[in-house]
Design a protein around this ligand. Structure first.
Ligand code: CTP
Length: 431
């Protein structure tokens, strides 16, 4: 399959070479289109050498013979030919300017003209200064593009070339390549699945202005939603309050409290072939919620009652063939605690997050996990959350494959009663 990489003019333009390499590693044929300002940062020759193709640098012929109608004609229809050649267009880095041009249909250079002319999936990997990224004009342009089906590969947070620290750093090249593969539908291995997915944290009100909450940002759950959707699944995303934009074509159900999440899950359970509970649900809620804002009158003791365990309830309501995957945030003895949780809750798998490491986990862009089933503990080392989402889904998809429990256990071990029960739930053949 063929991909056009559009390079626009930001400091991250040098990373576009890595994007080209990452796409080539996936056996994709790559061509490059550069804007004029991109050429201030990196030479077309770099991309020509990497791709073995001429790099398109202008809408107009560079050394054309003004008397030759043919050469003008050839160049002016080149954008149409390129637009037809590409199975996907990915712009990396995408500057605020090129996003604005795309959003408003301007077409005064090759890349923006090709964007209008292509019917292929379009992806943009924005990279810019934090203030430019957060500016309402940029966000409005992104929203317009998202609504039109453009896939936005979110920038990461971190130190930027301008000296600021914040969102705006172009997503890692590997992540961009994964997004392109998904957009190309190269892996549609979740077609036919309907996923009921919970994400984010819940909030339990104390009074009209205060609540008990947790640090979950929803990033992991939203990444799973996007990954599953691009692998062909239908996704119902039940989300606690989150600042994230829902991925395109995902049905979003917003909830606030654990009880609202429970009702939403139970209401939609019957539609799902797969339930993934990535939400950080409150374990307790206040017995009383004050009608008016509480005043500071001295020491305060809150009385809390446990919330319903939604995951356990989902397992009790499970229908045949439905897979249920939980998450477990652990700060110590992850695999041990996760295994106990797996058995206690009766789920098919648990994704264990070690939330004791500040650089990964809550609100960060990277995460590491252990995918735990009754018989396996698969270590998923630190990687961007979007990539981890795909790795988790790879393991979930593998649960569907008919397999012998004895093969899973290693042929010598006799399965225990618990293992046999879990195998029956997962429709594993016991030999
Ligand atoms: N969960 C749930 N309902 C709750 C609490 C948790 O459905 N009231 C789900 C979470 O969505 C997650 C899994 O249970 O998929 C594990 O969450 P976690 O907080 O790690 O486990 P708990 O069951 O709360 O156990 P503990 O806090 O004692 O470790």
């Amino acid at each position: 399959m063929k991909v056009t990489v559009g390079v626009s003019g930001g400091i991250a333009a040098y990373k576009a070479a890595e994007v080209v390499r990452a796409l080539q590693r996936q056996a994709l044929e790559v061509r490059v289109v550069m804007t004029a300002s991109a050429q201030q940062f990196i030479q077309p020759l770099t991309f020509a050498a990497l791709t073995g193709h001429k790099v398109i640098t202008s809408l107009w012929p560079q050394h054309h013979d003004r008397n030759s109608y043919d050469s003008d004609m050839e160049s002016s229809i080149e954008h149409i030919a390129e637009a037809q050649w590409a199975d996907a267009l990915v712009v990396a880095p995408a500057t605020a300017n090129i996003l604005a041009k795309f959003a408003h249909g301007l077409s005064d250079d090759f890349l923006s003209t090709m964007y209008l002319a292509t019917a292929a999936p379009v992806l943009v990997a924005p990279a810019m200064n934090t203030n430019m990224w957060e500016h309402p004009a940029t966000q409005a342009n992104l929203e317009t593009l998202r609504r039109r089906g453009v896939r936005v590969i979110e920038p990461a947070s971190g130190p930027l070339a301008c000296g600021m620290v914040g969102p705006g750093r172009m997503a890692e090249p590997e992540l961009i390549a994964t997004a392109v593969l998904n957009a190309l539908g190269r892996s549609h291995d979740m077609a036919g699945e309907t996923i009921l997915l919970t994400a984010g944290g819940t909030r339990e009100a104390l009074d009209p202005v205060r609540f008990l909450g947790n640090r979950s940002s929803g990033k992991m759950g939203y990444a799973i939603a996007e990954a599953a959707q691009s692998r062909g699944a239908k996704v119902i995303l039940i989300s606690g309050p989150s600042a994230l934009y829902p991925p395109p074509h995902v049905e979003l159900v917003r909830v606030t409290t654990a009880d609202e999440m429970r009702n939403a899950v139970l209401a939609r359970m019957a539609e799902a072939t797969l339930v993934i509970k990535a939400a950080a649900v409150a374990d307790y809620r206040p017995v009383n919620v004050a009608d008016q804002k509480m005043k500071r009158t001295g020491p305060l003791t809150l009385e809390l009652v446990p919330t319903e365990d939604i995951l356990a309830e989902a397992v009790r309501n499970r229908r045949p063939g439905q897979l249920i995957v939980g998450f477990a945030a652990e700060t110590e003895n992850g695999v041990e605690n996760g295994r106990a949780k797996l058995l206690r809750k009766g789920v098919d798998a648990i994704v264990i997050n070690d939330v004791s490491k500040p650089e990964i986990g809550f609100d960060s862009d990277a995460n590491a996990a252990t995918f735990l089933t009754l018989t396996k503990a698969i270590d998923l080392p630190e990687m961007p959350k979007r990539k981890l989402a795909d790795r988790i889904l790879d393991e979930v998809v593998a649960l569907r494959r008919p397999q012998s429990l004895l093969v899973e256990l290693g042929a010598t071990q006799v399965p225990s009663r618990e293992e046999k029960q879990a195998a029956v739930r997962r429709q594993i053949i016991i030999e």
